[in-house]
Design a protein around this ligand. Sequence first.
Ligand SMILES: CSC[C@@H](O)[C@@H](O)C(=O)COP(=O)(O)O
Ligand SMILES: [Zn+2]
Length: 211
Amino acid sequence: MSIVVKKWRELAEVKAELAARDWFFATSGNLSIKVTEDPLTFLVTASGKDKRKQTEEDFLLVDAFGKPIEDTNLKPSAETLLHVEIYNRTNAGCCLHVHTIDNNIISELYGDKGEVAFSGQEIIKAFGLWEEDAPVRIPIIPNYAHIPALAKEFAKHVNGDAGAVLIRNHGITVWGRDAFEAKKFLEAWEFLFSWHVKCLLLKQAAVLPVD
Ligand SMILES: CSC[C@@H](O)[C@@H](O)C(=O)COP(=O)(O)O
Ligand SMILES: [Zn+2]
């Protein structure tokens, strides 16, 4: 099996799992997986597709600039430049971007602060942090409509082989050394967002004590 086919299947599997979670509202979301290192090539979702569907045209192979390598009618994701920043700056192997209600609420609640941190949650161990009360933080950046401007702002926070950025009132982009790690981190972030939103609602309803 060629490396492209192998990576295609790997990304298709992740895409199907995220679709089963209903994380691809209204054609939102984009995913990518690194195929070769030198020269850099990666598979990225085609733009504007319903990512819940599985088709032969789900992904296309692009180069280090996010340009298609072969002749195709497909357009790479509108947000391919963000994936380009990750693969050019780190040794990440996979990048996942989803819009969820919870990640949008958190990004708006803490957007002015430019970040949000969580601690005291067992799921934080998914990030490899084992100390009690270890904090995890995620930066929140403005949702510039101009994608090169968004990518430039995003790049300021791309400084490790795994990481995540919230784009305000837009969604989360998570990357990891491979598809397994990127999905694990994405699930852990979404768990934290959903938990936090529900805690805030219960506190508001005076069901939980307000600290
Ligand atoms: C309808 S979702 C808005 C899109 O501009 C974008 O944010 C998104 O996540 C999907 O864009 P795509 O070009 O399909 O990768
Ligand atoms: Zn998006």
